[in-house]
Design a protein around this ligand. Sequence first.
Ligand code: NAD
Length: 253
Amino acid sequence: MPLAAYDLTGRSAFVTGAAGGIGRASAVLLAEAGAAVHCADLDEKGLLETLGLITSAGGEAHTHPLDVTDRNQVRAAVSAAGELDILAAVAGIMHTSSVLETTDEDLDRVLSVNFKGVLYACQEVARTMVARSSAGSLITMASGAVDSASPGLLCYSAAKAAVVQLTKTLATELGPHGIRVNAVAPGWIRTPMTARHDSEQQHRAEATMARISPLGRVGEPDEVAHTVLHLAADASAFMTGQILRPNGGVAMP
Ligand code: NAD
């Protein structure tokens, strides 16, 4: 039985990026806290694995294969999910290219997934909350990359900076409706996203992040999921417009 302030029994959550990494860990933890979880992602196989993890632990989950860059798909899935109390907009992609080598296609793709994808989910879920005069919690996924500049990260960090601005702006607009909006800005977390760029440079970057962290290591998806749970639950009832940083004490260098 979770602590009352973390008990999500009777609530319903929509989680994008739920097929893996931080999104999956968040979906599983929200379900463990009692929420019925609607898992959305491009990756249908990964979604079914997340569904299995939740239901085999006795939780309730539903899958919504979709592309977060397609507003109509997001709207249809949110509508099919029914009454929602929580959104965790986690889906995102990594991209690296120097400013001089960045193409229009790079920029469009990264902004579409990492910014518009979050915007669409927030808009569609918040509209249903406002329409039924229901309080709720929207959680967006930013990154430690917004706190500093690194070579190659322009598209990614610009999209994440836009997510931060979306979060703060939405918090001012939705507060009067009882809807809280907060962002999570993780540091280096070991997920398929960070493993996918497996290279000597990647290993060096991970080792550097671990070395400069006061905790001496990089993070795990569960550790970000606990921040998501905190923001989803009544435990954070007086928090809105905030950026929480599960980053081991260090942002991106
Ligand atoms: P991941 O690659 O493991 O998971 C991302 C998920 O998003 C995948 O399941 C993928 O299929 C899904 N996705 C991608 N594009 C999509 C689209 N167009 N429509 C629907 N789903 C889509 O990555 P992760 O590390 O778990 O990252 C999750 C979020 O956390 C991302 O927004 C990422 O930018 C952010 N983040 C990650 C780290 C890290 O170190 N891993 C650090 C800071 C922020």
